[in-house]
Design a protein around this ligand. Sequence first.
Ligand code: SAM
Length: 228
Amino acid sequence: MPPTTDLGTGAAGPTAYTAYRNVVADSFSAWYGAGRDSWTAADTNERVTRFACDQSPAPVPGLRRRVLDVGCGRGHQSTAFAERLEADTTGLDLLDVWGAPPPARGTVRFRRTDFLDHVDEPLDLLVDNGCLHHQRREDWPGWAAHGAELLRPGGTLVVSVFLSPDGEITALPLQDGRLNWWLTERAVTDLYTAAGLAPLDRLVIDRDFAYRGHRLAYLALSFRKPHP
Ligand SMILES: C[S@@+](CC[C@H](N)C(=O)[O-])C[C@H]1O[C@@H](n2cnc3c(N)ncnc32)[C@H](O)[C@@H]1O
């Protein structure tokens, strides 16, 4: 993936990607600033954390696991991965709103950057809890390919999205322009298999929340990077 920061400096001004990334950053900044980040303390996060830890491959003998938490927000899950997997974990976000206490085991570092600009040593586990479904649809294939590229062979990717309640892929943009996508299992599976990953497991998590007559849920899917 080319660094997205290089794409926004031409005479024509910011590219559509950079412009949308700024919309996302401004939107989340306002939500965190107003204490509206209800997702941070949601019980559902613990379910995703447990699912991701269960899906993680065994560490390479003699090495600690390496974990990336994409769109880590406040960073509590990054800390949980470090502790529960005794892993070296990176929490990455467009914003520096992290505030989780240091882990009792393993290590955590936080990085403020766009996911598509992030380069790393090969990862055992990559977790995207609630980030893909805020991206533009045209960016999904590159997003999935970048995640797959960051994994070591045998590594696992876990992605958690808003599950479409009616089988349709639906965009629900906020007034500030940030997208919320309701996704289908087929769409997410196709995205990551096209990126070369093999489906592993799935978990549907009830959000205990109704909207427009639908009872909404999260869908967490895991994928493994095959050995060559
Ligand atoms: C719904 S929040 C989820 C935060 C965290 N994973 C959790 O569950 O508490 C989505 C997060 O993704 C971040 N984000 C969105 N687009 C991103 C991008 N392109 N690169 C890095 N972070 C991004 C936002 O800033 C926000 O903190």
